[in-house]
Design a protein around this ligand. Structure first.
Ligand SMILES: [Zn+2]
Length: 198
């Protein structure tokens, strides 16, 4: 279950010049500006605007934004214009960017490793192969002879890359297939070799 919703925090409080529309007392109207934000699991994700509440310190009347007469609403707008959106309301977006960068670096490192390993494959290396979109399988190297790589293809495919490890228990073909190292390099350039396990 994902817990999400909105929250608000008081940004600024000030007395405004206008008299209270209820008791007509001067210098009694306190204006409060709140920042609202969307949260997921209580982590602020992005700001969703501001809101305000006024309170008369004399008669205690509380006015929400929609209840404020235009002159009081103007006091809210003025005070609001003096506030900035706190940067922390973007925390979740920051977390997502950091994760995306980490994933990207990790993928680049894997791609580099695959490129380095293809010319020097060894028995029992396991290649993660993308056959097409949503079709992945494994190939286990049996032997390498000059430019030819002899391997056992896995008997099964999976439509999800995250399930590819489950294929290891399902068994490989008993008959060898062959690809040249040039073939494998070509496949790698087309991003069809996603990883090599040793
Ligand atoms: Zn009042």
């Amino acid at each position: 279950m994902i817990v999400y919703g909105t929250r608000a925090k008081l940004l600024k409080t000030e007395f405004i010049a206008e008299p209270c529309p209820n008791c007509n007392t001067h210098n009694s109207m306190q204006m409060n500006v709140f920042q609202k934000w969307a949260h997921i699991f209580w982590i602020p994700f992005f700001p969703i605007g501001k809101t305000g509440v006024s309170q008369c310190t004399h008669c205690q009347q509380v006015l929400k934004l929609k209840q404020m007469p235009p002159i009081i609403r103007l006091g809210y707008d003025n005070l609001k214009s003096q506030t900035n959106i706190p940067i922390w309301t973007f925390s979740g977006i920051g977390v997502i960017i950091v994760i995306a960068i980490a994933v990207s670096i990790s993928e680049q490192q894997t791609a580099k490793k695959v490129t380095q390993m293809i010319p020097s494959l060894k028995k029992n290396d396991i290649l993660h192969i993308k056959l097409k979109d949503n079709a992945y399988t494994l190939a286990k190297v049996n032997r390498v002879n000059k430019d030819s790589v002899f391997f056992f293809a896995n008997n099964y495919q999976t439509d999800r890359i995250t399930d590819i490890d489950n294929l290891k228990d399902k068994g490989y073909a008993t008959k060898e297939d062959t690809l040249t190292i040039a073939d494998l390099k070509g496949m790698n350039e087309k991003e069809q070799i996603l990883d090599i396990e040793r």
